[in-house]
Design a protein around this ligand. Structure first.
Ligand code: 6PG
Length: 243
């Protein structure tokens, strides 16, 4: 596992864009495509905006990129809370529509989960091998839409599940999420964590191995892939060797 600490949120977005670009270029050179599961939330939005900047966008052959989502809120794709809408508005690059594999948030949670699982199985076959899974960290230790104490944390067979979500953090809408077996199969997993509000959870997950797996984000541990935590200094403030 690698921990990278950027001075602030702006530098975190830039470093994330550099990492994303390098991984995309290597994947496309080696395998002809780059298959990424994007994260929702506010932190990665700055990454997507940076990637759309010509400084980075001109370095990535976007026609060979396949976008999936790590999770989605069960709302229509034009809803303000939609992760798909957030990406569409921030990652303004030209990707073939066939390469954009959104979660159909407008359907019922179970229908959306079943459809997305089918799309993943059609795309990957027997093994869901993402080149990169981007993740965020909630203040409660959740990641994607895997929330503390959720039964979804114990799912070992399905690649996608629908979860109810009626306690904070908002939005209090049902979700569809990748499961841990899929996330932990990825070649690369990159957490993007910004802000002092996350510092306690970061220290709990990265500072004390014992308690880390109790939290969903602490259960992310790729079996063969690489795990990187990209933090800004406020989010890393309580990490021992960072004091
Ligand atoms: C979502 C994300 C969620 C997010 C965390 C952190 O759908 O919102 O999948 O897991 O990554 O809640 O969100 P921020 O980056 O906004 O703090």
């Amino acid at each position: 596992m690698k921990i990278i600490i950027a001075p602030d949120a702006k530098a975190l977005a830039r470093t994330a864009a550099e990492l994303f670009t390098a991984l995309a270029r290597t994947s496309i050179e080696e395998r002809g495509q780059f298959v990424v599961a994007l994260s929702g939330g506010s932190t990665p939005r700055q990454l997507y905006i940076r990637l759309a900047d010509p400084e980075f966008s001109t370095q990535i052959p976007w026609r060979a990129v396949h976008l999936f989502w790590g999770d989605e809120r069960c709302v229509p794709p034009d809803h303000p809370e939609s992760n798909y809408r957030m990406v569409k508005e921030s990652l303004q690059v030209s990707i073939p529509s066939a390469n954009i594999h959104r979660i159909a948030g407008e359907l019922s949670p179970h229908e959306a989960a079943a459809l997305y699982e089918q799309e993943l199985r059609t795309f990957f076959g027997n093994t869901p091998l993402f080149d990169l899974v981007l993740l965020g960290l909630g203040e409660d230790g959740h990641t994607a839409s895997l929330f503390p104490s959720s039964p979804a944390l114990h799912e070992q067979f399905r690649w996608v599940v629908a979860v109810s979500h009626n306690v904070p953090p908002p939005p209090l809408v049902p979700r569809v999420t990748l499961t841990l077996p899929v996330i932990n199969r990825a070649r690369e997993v990159l957490f993007l964590v910004s802000g002092v509000a996350k510092a306690e959870r970061v220290a709990q997950i990265l500072g004390h191995a014992s308690s880390s797996t109790e939290l969903p984000a602490g259960a992310v541990n790729p079996s063969d892939g690489n795990l990187t935590w990209l933090l800004d200094a406020p989010a890393a403030a309580l990490l021992k060797n960072n004091s």
